[in-house]
Write a protein that binds this ligand. Structure first.
Ligand code: GCV
Length: 705
């Protein structure tokens, strides 16, 4: 008997061994018996008032979730009738239950001893079902449950930079999830789990291929594969979008040109859009990277971005699909400031885009740096719906090795005030349409996109803690007012542990991780979009086909000081911001320290508001940043007994590597900058054990193919 019990215990543990695959949708049995009993009393059946694929997903998810949490099967009935003590899903376009809800919102209330999830659409009901499960997973009381939530942004989307050959550009968690060579005949069950995870956050769109797009995706062969994915995603309220190669009419269609004003080219796209819709009737639309980093675009024919986007919009006219046109552009002009490029190219086009076009703008003006000021495009194109693009994958944030929780980075941008319509015109309010009321420009289309950090690794994101970034992006795309703290806490409880001390520690570690990273990597407004790999420290790099692909272009270290002068004495990029923002940032005394070197060339000996000179402050940040990784390791060690052993070991190993690499970054920067500053490392910090030559050698080796 005793042996049998032991075996059963072991089996239960094995069944729940945490390889990270289940993400935050774990639905483990609730051990707290009074709570489990209370939940079970309220979940004796699930009733749904109409059959539809999306509603069926809601029901199936509730069944799966409740079975796991309560340890028993919950029956599904078509009508609740006079029964009470169950969960009732109701979808109705109007009525008291759905008052104040938008199309995808939900309301959960307790009525006549039932828990009623109401929504105007099936998708709303699906999001409500996930919200209820989240409520239970995080241990909230069920008796007086009352939740109402509306998404603030209409299009909440992942962008996959996945190539047809299976590799992911800037992907650090294995290869692509899409098994192109097996599709459409073989449909990996994982696609459904991907859709479930996204739907649980409210993500309702996915661009399945890289913005550096292969024309292959537009062939009939590949459209069938994409259609197979769309079929899996549809019952989860997720639409499929494609990145397109602007020169496809030439490459695929055999035309002489891809000029957007050429009638044959326009016809080619119209035909292609028709063909796509034969495979995918609810196709979401196109995402386009044009005339950027060597990609073809309308400027190749003397046309504008608006000409290019509007041509695709015209092709899309008979359908509901959209054209999402990226504003990530910069030219190889040695005299130009890359910071200014997108604003310079796009603001003159404001008002010229078709209502079907959304312009997608990266959060910062350069390229997903560990810390960037918000892009000055936000607020400055009042007649054009602007979507925001964040990067979830950690291109500049230490790949999948370094633990960097990104919600504070996303929030910092979303909460930044553009002042475009007076105080309080935050980036979030520009993006959610409330500042400019994008309705005037056409259909209300508001967009938040995140470059995905998923891959074929069993745990989806490589670093198990990086799942929190996918989660945080989705939650903020739904509701940008949620706090980083609340999201981290919620994710930890759903994913790692419910032990209160451990939850507190992990949440705190996550919250501090981004500032720690910035301190040892790019403190005080340094940036590092140099070299191809975006991982190794190489601040000395000064040799490339174009100046803005060198390190020295960005930091501008010299014998006087450090930083890029973007005031009127320099590139004057600050003129692209509203006076309220400009005034604060233009003055080195009032410019916040985190942005200082983005805008000023600061003398090494200048005392900063911290009381230290620039050089001493830099050293302090580099050293304390690296030391703080030791703190992260200690904190993580404290949660050992509260988390799964394999996951614990995995994260521990990554933190060890992170510490090693934080020292690498610190030493590279400090030793290199010291050759300009010509000052000693201030006490109490000790000079690095290695020399600059040693570091350079190690970087050269790292960069060897
Ligand atoms: C998909 C950066 C990245 C590129 C990426 C590009 C973009 O330059 O390094 O890999 O290309 O941004 O966003 O288009």
């Amino acid at each position: 008997m005793y042996r049998l019990l032991l075996c059963l215990l072991l089996l239960t543990q094995l069944a729940h061994a945490d390889d990270g695959y289940r993400l935050w949708l774990k639905y483990d049995l609730i051990n707290d018996i009074p709570r489990r009993t209370a939940y079970a009393r309220s979940a004796q059946f699930i009733a749904a008032n109409k059959p539809s694929p999306v509603l069926q997903s809601a029901v199936t998810e509730l069944q799966t979730g409740l079975q796991g949490l309560l340890g028993k099967a919950v029956p599904v009935v078509a009508q609740s009738g006079s029964r009470t003590g169950g969960i009732v899903l109701t979808v109705a376009p109007s009525g008291a239950d759905v008052q104040g809800l938008n199309d995808e919102g939900y309301r959960i209330v307790r009525r006549q001893n039932n828990i009623v999830i109401s929504a105007k659409t099936d998708a709303g009901a699906l999001y409500g079902a996930f919200a209820l499960l989240r409520h239970l997973q995080t241990g909230q009381p069920i008796d007086q449950v009352s939740l109402t939530s509306n998404p603030k942004v209409k299009l909440r989307m992942l962008n996959h930079w996945d190539n047809p050959n299976g590799a992911i550009e800037r992907g650090y968690a294995g290869g692509t999830l899409w098994k192109w060579y097996e599709l459409p005949e073989t449909v990996d069950p994982r696609y459904r789990d991907y859709a479930r995870a996204n739907a649980s956050l409210g993500i309702n769109g996915t661009v399945v291929n890289n913005v550096n797009a292969s024309p292959r995706l537009l062939t009939g062969e590949y459209l069938q594969k994409v259609a197979a994915l769309a079929n899996v995603f549809r019952p989860y309220g997720i639409k499929v979008y494609l990145s397109v190669y602007f020169a496809a009419p030439k490459t695929l269609g055999g035309l002489k040109t891809s000029d957007p004003l050429d009638p044959q080219v326009r016809q080619w796209w119209a035909d292609k859009v028709n063909e796509i819709h034969r495979y995918i009737p609810d196709f979401g639309g196109f995402l386009v990277k044009a005339n950027s980093e060597g990609e073809p675009g309308p400027q190749d024919y003397g046309r504008t971005h608006a000409d290019g986007a509007n041509m695709l919009a015209a092709a899309m006219k008979p359908y509901s699909g959209l054209v999402i046109w990226r504003a990530f552009v910069y030219k190889a002009d040695p005299k130009a400031d890359r910071f200014k490029a997108a604003h310079e190219e796009f603001t003159p086009l404001d008002g010229q885009f078709d209502p079907k076009v959304i312009v997608q703008v990266k959060n910062g003006p350069i390229d997903f740096q560990p810390r960037e000021p918000f892009s000055p495009l936000f607020g400055n194109m009042p007649k054009t719906p602007l979507g925001i693009e964040f990067q979830i994958t950690q291109e500049y944030l230490g790949f999948a090795t370094h633990t960097v929780y990104e919600a504070p980075l996303f929030k910092e941008c979303l909460e930044a005030d553009t002042y475009v319509n007076g105080k309080g015109s935050t980036v979030a309010k520009v993006v959610d349409g409330s500042v400019h009321g994008y309705r005037n420009a056409g259909p209300t289309q508001t967009l938040m996109a995140g470059v995905a950090n998923t891959g074929s690794d069993r745990n989806w994101t490589g670093n198990p803690l990086a799942q929190a970034n996918w989660y945080a992006f989705g939650r903020l795309a739904w509701d940008h007012t949620l706090s980083s703290d609340a999201i981290a806490n919620e994710w930890t409880r759903m994913t790692l542990t419910s032990e209160p001390q451990a939850v507190k520690r992990i949440t705190n570690l996550l919250l501090k991780s981004r500032d720690i990273y910035v301190d040892y990597n790019t403190p005080l407004g340094l940036s590092r979009p140099w070299t191809g790999v975006h991982f190794a420290p190489e601040p000395w790099q000064n040799n490339s086909s174009r100046p803005d692909w060198t390190a020295v272009y960005y930091h501008r270290a010299d014998s006087v000081g450090l930083g890029f002068d973007r005031t009127p004495t320099g590139s004057n990029a600050l003129a692209q911001y509203r006076p309220e923002v400009r005034r604060q940032w233009e003055n080195p005394e009032t410019c916040p320290l985190p942005y200082l070197l983005w805008f000023h060339h600061v003398p090494w000996t200048k005392p900063l508001s911290s009381g230290r000179t620039l050089w001493n402050e830099l050293c302090t940040r580099f050293y304390t940043g690296a030391d703080s990784v030791q703190w992260m390791r200690r904190e993580w060690a404290q949660v050992k007994s509260a988390v799964d052993p394999a996951l614990f070991a995995d994260v521990s190993g990554r933190l060890d590597t992170q510490y090693k690499e934080a020292l690498w970054w610190r030493d590279a920067w400090v030793l290199y900058l010291q050759t300009f500053a010509r000052q000693p490392i201030p006490a109490p910090f000790k000079k690095p054990d290695r020399t600059l030559t040693d570091v350079k050698k190690s970087v050269d080796i790292y960069l060897l193919r």
